[in-house]
Design a binder for this molecule. Structure first.
Ligand code: UD1
Length: 418
């Protein structure tokens, strides 16, 4: 298993190019199951989750061909297997996104029930309720979701909570359903809009993505499309924090700044200088980091996927910061690792009180989930001494070439295989 070793304390300076977004790429690659033709994808990030989704698609009968650096073609003409195993879903919960396309195309699905994960129970009841409203018969048996239908039919569906992959699953299923589907209280994340745009390019009739109400008029068939995956807003946010933390100056190229309003505003409040110009963001850190409060919320609120990274910045704040995690019930696992590095964080329920300290000290730490891993890298970059991050397979699921990118900015960071 690999480890990352960081000698902290370097001020990060230079340019970094942002990769394609994992959370946009996963549903978009899966949407290739909705057509018989060959879809082409560019700017696909080289991540373990992308390998997992390609393996999953091949397992279902699709043909995935790497056509260049960051480019893939997927043909689902022979898509005929309706089963997805526990092994695949356990590795990557987003595998649940095949449910909609399986029901829409093959009229049956058998997908392992995704269990809870480190950050919470993460149920899929809203996906299942929605598919049932479209006419699918669903039962849970031996750890598997077994579903079938004769033909999905449009319906009105209300999400009790705005779920990102739930909206995506339902948009895919409803695109090939008979009649009109109206989804209410939808997630408004940019990745939901991006998938709707891709489906529309394929011939779907979807209106309202990015608002609470999405209307989908079912069509008989979809055609293939060529798509470039949008930039990863969470990777952008992670680099802005790296600049703020290390008194650095980073030009972050190829971003979509409009997806980052909550993050940019909060980081300005925390004392960073952030200059947005077209698709680039220049982030400049200042000596004094100001303590600021956040509460994570569905988009356009402060993203839960940036909470752990923001907490590291607050460890160096000039006062006290209150951080409330309101999307997932157990997403403060990184606190104990940060405290081992000398942070002063107290947790009560889903809230953390972070008192700023003068410095963190490098230590061996353990990554517990994807974004927690990123927070430990940031903590290591800002800490005095050497930080050794174990279990970095989480990091490789969602950050492309992270150590190469930080190295190019002047960090002393290396990966070693144990
Ligand atoms: C997606 C993102 C993940 C991000 C999260 C919230 C992908 C592949 N992953 O995950 O990085 O952290 O959005 O922005 O895009 N819920 C239910 N029942 C359901 C579905 C969700 O109760 O059927 C709850 C969840 O437990 C959670 C909340 O809704 O508390 C939001 O979760 P959701 O938006 O579904 O997260 P994911 O789509 O899994």
């Amino acid at each position: 298993m690999d480890k990352i070793i960081i000698k902290g304390g370097k001020s990060l300076k230079g340019e970094v190019k942002i990769s394609g977004a994992k959370n946009a790429a996963l549903p978009i690659l899966i949407s290739s199951l909705l057509t018989d033709g060959t879809c082409k994808y560019n700017n696909v990030p080289a991540l373990n989750d992308i390998k997992s989704v390609n393996f999953l698609l091949e397992n279902l009968g699709a043909k995935v061909v790497k056509t260049g650096a960051g480019s893939l073609s997927i043909n689902s003409e022979n898509f005929n297997n309706h089963k997805t195993s526990y092994e695949l879903v356990r590795k990557m919960r987003a595998s649940i996104l095949v449910l909609g396309p399986l029901l829409a195309r093959l009229k049956k699905a058998e997908v392992s029930f995704p269990g809870g994960c480190a950050i919470g129970a993460r149920p899929v009841d809203l996906h299942l309720k929605g598919l049932a409203a479209l006419g699918a018969k669903i039962e849970i048996k031996n750890g598997y979701i077994k579903a079938f239908c004769s033909q999905l039919k449009g319906a009105d569906i209300y999400f009790d909570f705005p779920t990102v992959t739930g909206a995506e699953n339902l948009m895919m299923a409803a695109s090939l359903a008979k009649g009109t589907t109206v989804l209410k209280n939808c997630a408004k994340e940019p990745e939901v809009i991006e998938l709707a745009d891709v489906l529309n390019k394929m011939g779907a009739k979807i209106k309202g993505a990015g608002t609470p109400t999405i209307e989908i008029i079912g069509v008989k068939e979809l055609k293939p499309a060529e798509v470039a995956i949008m930039p990863d807003r969470i990777e952008v946010g992670t680099f802005i924090i790296a600049a703020a933390l290390t008194n650095g100056d980073i030009l972050i190229k190829g971003c979509a700044p409009k997806h980052l309003e909550a993050v940019i505003n909060k980081l300005k409040e925390a004392g960073a200088d952030i200059i947005v110009k077209n698709n680039n963001i220049r982030a400049i850190g200042n000596k004094e980091i100001k303590s600021a409060d956040i509460k994570t919320l569905p988009y356009p609120g402060f993203p839960t996927d940036m909470q752990a990274q923001f907490m590291v910045l607050m460890c160096f704040g000039n006062g006290v910061s209150m951080i409330e995690e309101s999307v997932f019930e157990n997403r403060l696992i990184h606190v104990s690792e940060l405290n081992r590095m000398g942070a002063d964080i107290k947790v009560s329920g889903n809230k953390a009180m972070v008192k700023g300290v003068k410095f963190l000290s490098g230590a061996p730490v353990m990554a517990s989930d994807l974004r927690a891993s990123a927070s430990l890298v940031l903590a290591g970059l800002a800490a005095k001494g050497v930080t050794e991050i174990n279990r970095i397979y989480h990091l490789d699921r969602g950050y492309e070439n992270i150590e190469a990118k930080f190295s190019a900015l002047g960090a002393d960071i290396k990966r070693i295989s144990v």
